[in-house]
Design a protein around this ligand. Structure first.
Ligand code: MG
Length: 159
């Protein structure tokens, strides 16, 4: 593997619907709506996984962990992150820095920011200060159904 730092970008978006558990960044948040989709639809961990995979030039989440493969169907999304970290480690790469932006009107991310950062650092096996996170509202410009939109950036480098 090269000695240079590498950067990856991940994005994910899920519709927010009533009656779904709202798990974001591996943390269950009390909220009347939650992300809809297969498994837990944790858009934060999906975007993070794609950022990690992208940094290493690996195929994306849906390609590596296809939902129609029984092995990956209904997996806890934390498994995708730990699997991506393992693939990076096999390439002698480790996480240097993560930044994540979450755009939604519900839930408010601020009160859960530290819990999500801690959980992500735990999944990545890195220090807490390498994981940053911020929540933003849609500013009422959402012109589709209520949804959550996540962008994640991962900087990785030689372990
Ligand atoms: Mg997703």
């Amino acid at each position: 593997m090269t000695e240079r730092p590498r950067i990856g970008l991940g994005k994910d978006r899920h519709r927010l619907v009533p009656g779904r558990i709202c798990r974001l960044g591996g943390v269950e948040i009390p909220c009347p709506v939650g992300p809809d989709g297969h498994s837990d639809a944790d858009a934060v961990l999906h975007a993070l996984t794609d950022a990690l995979l992208g940094s290493a030039g690996l195929p994306d989440l849906g390609t590596l962990f296809p939902n129609d493969d029984p092995k990956w169907r209904n997996q806890d999304s934390a498994r995708f992150v730990t699997e991506a970290v393992a693939r990076l480690a096999a390439m002698k790469l480790e996480v240097w820095s993560i930044d994540i932006a979450i755009i939604c009107d519900r839930p408010r991310i601020g009160p859960h920011r530290d819990a999500i950062r801690s959980r992500i650092a735990e999944l990545l096996g890195c220090d807490l200060d390498r994981v940053n996170l911020k929540g933003k509202s849609t500013e009422d410009v959402a012109d589709h159904a209520e949804h959550i939109d996540v962008t994640a950036v991962a900087l990785v480098g030689p372990a």
